[in-house]
Design a protein. Structure first.
Lengths: 310, 422
């Protein structure tokens, strides 16, 4: 019970972090029609910029300024690079973001070194928020959930309840019509890309301080984010939300299972043999998201809530 | 290749042969003119285990500095390489370094890399008689390297997993407060061996101890240990045994601290690489380890290496003696052999006994495993007597609870080595 409760909490916290990244990625996908391979690298940049600012100006200034800086960088990226490449088709854009991801990783290594940097939450967030079955829930995790929830509520309100959101949604589905009505869709695209990047930057500040800030953080989380977006359905923000929480819970809950594969299969009337039977369920946790992705692609190729086929 | 190229190459080869002959001549007359031996040090200098690689390289440099200062005719030179924790990278480096004429290889990183390097070196030496290279392993402690996989061209200067676990388990036998043990380790050969040897030794020495759980997590990529520590807490364990090092230990300890997990951590590498800093005050009396390094009882030589190291890297710590014993033994072996040819040095290393950093050490001839004393230590406040030095700039350091003599952990011989003709 105790393990279940704390695993649920941990899973939700992790799921929220995943969603902050996945929402930006899926937003950009619906806009450009391609997967932005550099998205996780922008997340990493957010963490490093936050760290660099925190060293001189304190954590809070870094947490506010870093996402803004990364967002502006995202705007510039769209304005001067992706827009120019757009006429050459999707493959070129795809390759560009792929190359950009590699470039960012090398630049980060050059500036901040190849090892982890000492980026942590400030003392105000040390200590625990409340106790659940005698297990304290760390304050910084509460902060993570709070910030993520606030950012996403803001995003939701912006997209569904404002005129700006209306134009953005219209530009995503009917760009020509919106243009004919006198709106500058190019600029809308730029702001959306910037917004997605800023979200990734914010996720980077939080994720970097909570987990570790190091040059491999982009690659490690990048694959999971990709999986989340595919499971949720490309381009669907609600889908990304469901998938993020699902993947977050799946990974943490599987770790909590204290069975070996052999024992777990018996109730299903199956038998595992030899070394396979000895594998612990908790050891399968890291590959669970990938299994889920394969299953979703086989059964429902468009993803859980996606509208078009992947 | 053009003709002129071939010609130059031929000329070079002849010149090289002539040089070799000259060196051989000088050696056979017994005089040893000043010689420089280059040591290629392959370490993970980037990625999740960078801290470990950096520390090993720095310790090696400090040990080499100390040796060079007292040795007139023989000098060592460290050539660092970033193996990035990848076996393929290590192979590329091996090729580069052999082309540069380096004949001594040190380090490696994980057991997987060392295993691959050993294979490569065995093949290389078989194909290049007279050009053999030697592998000096200071850290990869998979028992297989001196047992089933043992090779004449490989020497290990650190007690292996089972020797360490034997020392640890024999100490736990005396600690009556240990009743329920949780094993958490990295999911690869080293972690699996820690887990297996803990179970077998505890089972034999303390059958009353319950194994409350055993867990393996992905190596180097687990960023959030909170689901794991929640499980440890729920299991009711009072003691955790782990072979984790670097980030994997730091993050595990941090997560345990977050949820206020009160257990003893018996570790292999709890004395450095950020673990003491991560645990801080919460680690007093609970962070323990088995190690070959003991700051409270340093010999003069160990002290001078330590001082050199600390003057450059005050926030970092030497965490094992493998590198230090390696440099000293290699120096003595070269003197004994009267040559810097790896084959002769290898024969001289076999059975070599010397004063180690903390007592006598011996390179066992039959399997090339170093026998060295080990220490069981506990994290405590620095008091100038039992804990002379703080670690990583903290006011806490390590107190020695027990010294396990080299003879006590001598493993059963399980190596059938093929030796080249002398």
């Amino acid at each position: 019970m105790e393990v279940l409760a704390s695993s649920l909490l941990n899973g939700l916290t992790y799921g929220f972090l995943l969603f902050m990244l996945a929402s930006g990625l899926t937003l950009i996908f619906s806009l450009m029609g391609i997967m932005n391979f550099a998205h996780a690298s922008i997340y990493m940049l957010g963490a490093y910029v936050g760290y660099a600012l925190a060293k001189h100006l304190g954590f809070w200034v870094g947490a506010l300024v870093a996402p803004a800086l990364v967002g502006i960088m995202g705007c510039a990226l769209e304005r001067w690079f992706l827009r120019a490449l757009h006429v050459r088709g999707h493959v070129v854009e795809l390759l560009f973001t792929f190359g950009l991801a590699l470039l960012i990783e090398e630049v980060v290594k050059l500036i901040w070194g190849a090892g982890p940097v000492d980026y942590n939450f400030p003392h105000a967030l040390k200590g625990s928020l409340f106790e659940l079955f005698g297990t304290p829930y760390p304050a910084y995790k509460g902060f993570m959930v709070l910030v993520t929830a606030a950012a996403l509520a803001g995003l939701y309100a912006l997209v569904t309840h404002t005129r700006v959101g209306l134009i953005v949604r219209a530009s995503l589905t009917h760009p020509l019509m919106v243009e004919n009505l006198g709106h500058d869709t190019d600029r809308v695209f730029m702001w959306v890309f910037g917004l997605g990047s800023a979200l990734a930057g914010l996720a980077g500040v939080i994720g970097g301080a909570a987990l570790t800030t190091e040059p491999s953080m982009a690659t490690q989380l990048g694959t999971i984010i990709f999986v989340v977006v595919v499971i949720g359905g490309l381009g669907s923000i609600p889908g990304a939300f469901v998938a993020s929480i699902l993947v977050g819970l799946l990974q943490t809950l599987l770790i909590a299972v204290d069975l070996r594969l052999g024992e777990a299969l018996i109730p299903m009337g199956l038998l595992a043999h030899g070394a396979l039977a000895e594998v612990k369920i908790s050891q399968l946790a890291p590959m669970a998201p990938y299994c889920l992705m394969v299953a979703v692609l086989l059964i429902r190729p468009r993803g859980l809530l996606g509208r078009r086929d992947a | 290749m053009t003709n002129s190229h071939l010609f130059t190459k031929n000329l070079l080869a002849r010149f090289g042969a002539a040089m070799c002959a000259t060196i051989a001549l000088t050696l056979s007359t017994g005089s040893l003119a000043q010689q420089i031996v280059r040591l290629a040090d392959l370490e993970p200098l980037s990625g999740p285990f960078q801290s470990q690689g950096d520390t090993n390289l720095r310790t090696l440099q400090a040990a080499v500095d100390e040796f060079n200062a007292r040795s007139k005719d023989l000098k060592f030179e460290v050539v660092p390489y970033d193996a990035k924790g990848k076996a393929q990278e290590a192979m590329n480096i091996f090729r580069q370094a052999t082309e540069r004429g380096i004949r001594y290889f040190v380090g490696g990183g994980s057991s997987a890399i060392v295993s691959g390097l050993m294979e490569t070196i065995n093949t290389y030496n078989a194909r290049n008689p007279g050009q053999e290279v030697l592998y000096l392993n200071h850290q990869a402690i998979d028992p297989a390297f001196t047992e089933a996989q043992c090779s004449f061209w490989h020497f290990r200067f650190d007690p292996h997993v089972r020797m360490r676990m034997f020392a640890l388990a024999s100490h736990i036998t005396r600690d009556k407060s240990v009743k329920k043990v949780y094993l958490i380790n990295q999911d690869y050969s080293f972690g699996q061996q820690v887990e297996a040897s803990a179970k077998s030794y505890l089972g034999a020495m303390r059958p009353d101890v319950v194994i409350a759980g055993e867990e393996r997590h992905p190596i180097g990529s687990t960023k959030d240990f909170s689901p794991y520590v929640a499980k440890i807490k729920a299991s009711g364990a009072d003691t955790v045994i782990t072979g984790n090092f670097g980030q994997d230990l730091v993050l595990l300890i941090k997560a345990a601290k977050d949820i206020g997990l009160k257990v003893k951590f018996y570790t292999y590498y709890g004395n450095a690489l950020g673990a003491p800093t991560a645990v801080g005050t919460a680690g007093v009396d609970s962070l323990r380890l088995v190690t070959t390094w003991e700051t409270n009882a340093m010999s003069q030589r160990a002290k001078s290496i330590y001082d050199n190291f600390k003057s450059k890297y005050p926030k970092s710590e030497i965490f094992h003696t493998g590198v230090i014993e390696m440099v000293n033994l290699l120096g003595e072996a070269v003197k004994k052999a009267g040559t810097i040819e790896p084959k002769g040095v290898a024969f001289a290393l076999e059975g070599l006994k010397t004063a180690g950093a903390f007592g006598e050490v011996q390179m066992r001839a039959a399997d090339h495993q170093l026998l060295a004393p080990m220490f069981i230590q506990t994290f405590e406040a620095q008091d100038g007597k039992k804990v002379k030095y703080g670690v990583e700039g903290l006011v806490y350091g390590f107190r020695t609870d027990a010294m396990i003599p080299a003879s006590a952990t001598e493993p059963i011989m399980a190596c059938q080595m093929q030796r080249p003709a002398r």
